[in-house]
Ligand binder design. Structure first.
Ligand code: ADP
Ligand code: MG
Ligand code: MG
Length: 890
């Protein structure tokens, strides 16, 4: 028989941390903490298998589940001495979601469940504190109505605000027992009016209502969006945790809080957390009151005059510190904790590996290695390569003038400027038009995810370091300032006031998420620092990775950036990018429009010295590292004059009639240029272009080799080859040019000629093509276009629908389609190596910088990946992780 329910509590649990898939992260860790003997309120977990069953069976439950739950409630009764539904001394519970992967704030929780008109009185009597009892009841009614009954929580908040205004109260904690009783009556009346039936009074009905709501919340819109953004399969499902309530809202000896065992923003090894006295559950993260610091050190650093937990409740604090140390050592990772203090007694409610910025991830990984907690290999695996992006982002130039208009909490590091917007919908709409925006909100909620994604930076006037905005922004690597309390936001008139400054929608500000400063206008930014922890971890990664990492670089600036980031050569230099600069385009146009070979050669002779100078620069910067240069690839019409002025310029320069130019332009027009006259087809119909480029490459190689003393071995790459004969024809020209240059200079040259594999036919015929090609570089952008028959430039209009409907799980231009395009790569690799075992194999599409595609490249055994310069560190780390994975599997 399947076991659907696992109990925990009192130093024992049926589950453990290793059962995360079945119990969800929250349930598995509650079990683990129980097993460790930590103070965890007892409870039980309904497994993710039940969630799967629920959805497979028309939202119903396995037959035995009711009995299993009843028994688990008995178990809780034995441990707590209280019975669920008891009229005298009731056991109250929380019903909490908890998926395998943490999805903060995406699904629902109900607290204080089991309260009704009768049990609330029992709670008042048993606790001797009616204010507490009715506060708990009103919280329960509001949460249950929102989560289970589907009523709008704003309506409840309005009632509460009215009661506060009426009595002149500022804070929820100002309300008396009588006040709360009145609120409860009004809440119940609201429910009855909306639903035409009373608020459910039977605790069992309440329990099953909440369990059903948690399972249902797996399919709510925000959970679906979150899963899509984080690649979490819908099939995983959520578990439900039912747990005895402990109360942080029982007066001044009670509190609730959240903490990280290390600073999640900087990675510093210091406890980092916030708490509120006389509060419950999410009061801390909801930004209702401004929370207090846990440690004295943090309080002093923040300049806060509200006492720290260390001062206020020294015993609970000491117990908590002890537990923090225990958990960090046990899990060997930084933990994110929830706790509640009920009348001086500490209870642990959650632990999980804490989300952190890339900077913190690096520091924690490097520090923990030094502390002997983890190995270098583990440190490598602890850092998400994609998150490194955050560190590679600009920061504000310290010498820049700062017009600081407000200060908040430095919730997510990095800096960005943009036009302010006050709604997530506006943020999304403007970002789609290419406008950089800063999302400004009172606070954010899960409904804001799309706007937060679209924004360059986020600014909220409320909330702490653990607010929704802060947590989500850190995860996204988006700069964020939270709790900028001096800012007044008027969303209705779309203005914000910061002291004397008033800004409206569209005005530009800069958010410095590292300092918490809000600056007026755009500010000069600086490139990031790549030594320290970053350099350390990259060094470890470089030791373990098998694949080389090169960069796609067309200009000296790109090439220098790439080397700075640790590129080991250039995997793709697109020569056409050298054709567009103002001083060259005229000669290029002359060359294209020339009607005879002689004319064309004249024009090419003007371009030759320029190309040669470009290549010499690249070779010198790369100082002996391999450089792959691709011959001219795009359709020629891309270079043609378009405006009248341009056309007349070219006509004058060529000494021909404007009409002739127009005629020639029309001739070159193609219906489908992506599949048209481009790639090696150009080199075949205009061999003099390939010859000029080959000459420039070889002369530059000799010159740079002389200058730097490091011999240059250029790799000449022929694009868009589908047939061996195409390559042979072009290769013969390249070889002839190499001979000529060697004769002219009297120097000997080493070079290679290879091809891009970017057509399905090239992959299929790789064994033939490899007879001539000394290397393959998989051009997976074009290979994806040609394998799917989807033009990348036109895909936007339908790829969205493909992803929404699940036809495609990911954009195949971002992450390689391993099944289809990947199969072609596999075939190309196998057949190429059959003919030429030492053939050099690389990838130069966008996929070369995508971590999951890099794993694929490791699996198929490529020699190197090549990606844009800014992604080089990401690729180095991802390649190391892929190598470790391969090692662990073998
Ligand atoms: P989330 O995953 O959104 O954090 P949780 O299930 O952890 O949701 O619960 C929301 C809040 O309620 C948290 O602050 C948590 O600590 C608190 N909470 C949950 N269960 C209990 C309980 N049994 N007693 C007291 N507080 C609880
Ligand atoms: Mg929550
Ligand atoms: Mg939680």
């Amino acid at each position: 028989m399947t076991k659907w329910v696992y109990t925990f509590g009192d130093g024992l649990a049926e589950g453990s941390a290793s059962m995360r898939n079945l119990l969800g992260g929250k349930g598995a860790n509650l079990a683990e903490m129980s097993n460790l003997g930590l103070p965890v309120p007892p409870g039980f977990t309904i497994t993710t298998d039940v969630c799967a069953w629920y959805y497979d069976n028309g939202r119903s439950y396995p037959e035995t589940l009711r009995d299993d739950v009843a028994q688990a409630l008995e178990h809780m009764a034995r441990l707590t001495g209280k019975r669920f539904g008891d009229a005298q001394d009731p056991l109250l519970v929380s019903v909490r979601s908890g998926a395998r992967a943490s999805m903060p704030g995406m699904m629902d929780t109900v607290l204080n469940l089991g309260l009704n008109d009768q049990t609330v009185q029992a709670l008042a009597t048993a606790s001797g504190d009616p204010r507490f009892a009715y506060d708990s009841y009103r919280r329960f009614i509001q949460m249950y109505s929102d989560v289970v009954l589907g009523l709008d929580h704003h309506d409840f908040e309005m009632i509460l605000d009215e009661e506060k205004d009426l009595n002149g109260y500022d804070l929820d904690t100002d309300l008396t027992s009588d006040d709360w009783q009145r609120v409860v009556e009004r809440y119940k009346a609201l429910v009855e009016e909306e639903l035409e039936e009373p608020f459910p009074q039977d605790p069992m009905d309440q329990l099953w209502g909440a369990v059903g709501a948690v399972f249902s919340s797996w399919m709510n819109q925000r959970a679906i969006t979150y899963r899509r953004l984080h690649d979490i399969p819908a099939s995983w499902g959520t578990a439900v945790n039912v747990q005895a309530m402990v109360f942080g809202n029982m007066g001044d000896t009670s509190a609730t809080g959240v903490a990280f065992t290390r600073n999640p923003s900087t990675g510093d090894n210091e406890l980092y957390g916030e708490f509120l006295v006389n509060a419950q559950g999410e009061d801390v993260v909801a930004g209702i009151r401004t929370p207090q610091d846990i440690t004295e050190v943090a309080r002093i650093a923040a300049g806060s005059n509200k006492p720290s937990l260390e001062n206020l409740m020294p015993e609970a604090f000491a117990a908590f510190m002890d537990i923090c140390n225990k958990l960090e050592t046990h899990y060997r990772d930084m933990q994110d904790l929830e706790f509640t203090i009920e009348d001086g007694k500490l209870w642990m409610l959650q632990t999980r590996s804490g989300k952190r910025t890339a900077k913190a991830a690096l520091k924690i990984a490097v520090d923990m290695t030094a502390e002997g907690l983890i190995s270098e290999d583990e440190a490598i695996q602890r850092v998400d390569p994609a998150a490194l992006d955050q560190l590679l982002h600009p920061t504000i130039d310290p010498n820049a003038e700062r017009d600081v208009i407000a200060k908040g909490l430095p919730a997510s590091p990095g800096a960005a400027s943009g036009q302010i917007v006050f709604s997530s919908d506006d943020a999304e709409a403007m970002a789609q038009k290419g406008i950089k925006v800063v999302l400004v909100r009172l606070e954010t909620s899960p409904e804001d995810i799309h706007g937060m994604h679209a924004a360059e930076a986020i600014l909220t006037s409320r909330g702490g370091m653990t607010s929704h905005a802060a947590v989500v922004a850190r995860g996204m690597g988006t700069p964020c300032i939270s709790g900028a309390g001096s800012i007044r936001i008027d969303a209705a008139s779309e203005t914000l006031m910061a002291g004397p400054v008033t800004l409206s929608k569209g005005d530009i500000i800069t958010v410095d998420g590292s300092t918490g400063e809000v600056l007026r206008g755009a500010v000069k930014m600086l490139q990031p620092e790549l030594s320290g922890d970053f350099g350390q971890l990259m060094g470890w990664a470089d030791k373990v990775r098998r694949m080389g990492v090169r960069a796609n670089a067309d200009t000296p600036v790109d090439a220098r950036t790439a080397r700075n980031f640790g590129a080991e050569g250039i995997g793709l230099c697109r020569t056409e990018h050298m054709f567009f600069s103002e001083d060259r385009i005229l000669a290029v146009r002359e060359m294209i429009l020339a009607e005879s070979h002689d004319h064309r050669r004249d024009a090419l002779a003007k371009i030759l010295p320029m190309q040669k100078a470009d290549f010499t620069d690249l070779f010198e910067i790369m100082a002996g590292l391999p450089v792959t240069i691709r011959l001219l690839d795009p359709p020629l019409h891309e270079f043609l004059p378009k405006t009248d002025a341009e056309i007349s310029d070219v006509a004058t320069s060529l000494g021909v009639d404007i009409g002739l130019i127009r005629h020639r332009t029309a001739e070159l027009h193609e219906v489908n240029p992506m599949l048209g006259h481009r790639g090696c087809r150009l080199a075949i119909s205009y061999p003099e272009i390939a010859e000029m480029q080959a000459r420039a490459i070889f002369e530059a190689a000799i010159e740079a080799g002389r200058k730097t003393g490091a011999p240059v071995i250029p790799e000449v790459m022929v694009p868009l080859v589908g047939m061996k004969a195409e390559l042979d024809l072009v290769k013969a020209r390249i070889d002839a040019m190499a001979d000529a240059v060697q004769q002219e200079t009297g120097e000997s040259l080493s070079y290679q000629v290879g091809t891009m594999v970017e057509l399905p036919r090239a992959a299929l015929r790789a064994h033939k093509i490899a007879e001539s090609a000394e290397f393959f570089s998989f051009g997976t952008n074009d290979l994806t276009q040609t394998a799917f028959g989807i033009s990348r430039d036109d895909a936007a209009s339908f790829l969205g629908a493909y992803q929404r409907t699940g036809i495609l799980e990911q954009d195949p231009f971002v992450s390689i389609d391993q099944d289809g395009v990947g199969e072609l790569v596999r075939i190309g690799v196998e057949r190429g190596r059959q003919t030429r075992p030492d053939i050099k194999l690389g990838i130069c599409g966008e996929h070369g910088g995508d971590p999951s595609s890099i794993h694929f490249c490791e699996e198929v055994g490529l020699d190197y990946v090549s990606c844009s310069p800014f992604r080089v560190p990401i690729a180095r780390l991802a390649a190391a992780q892929a190598a470790l994975k391969a090692k662990n599997q073998s």
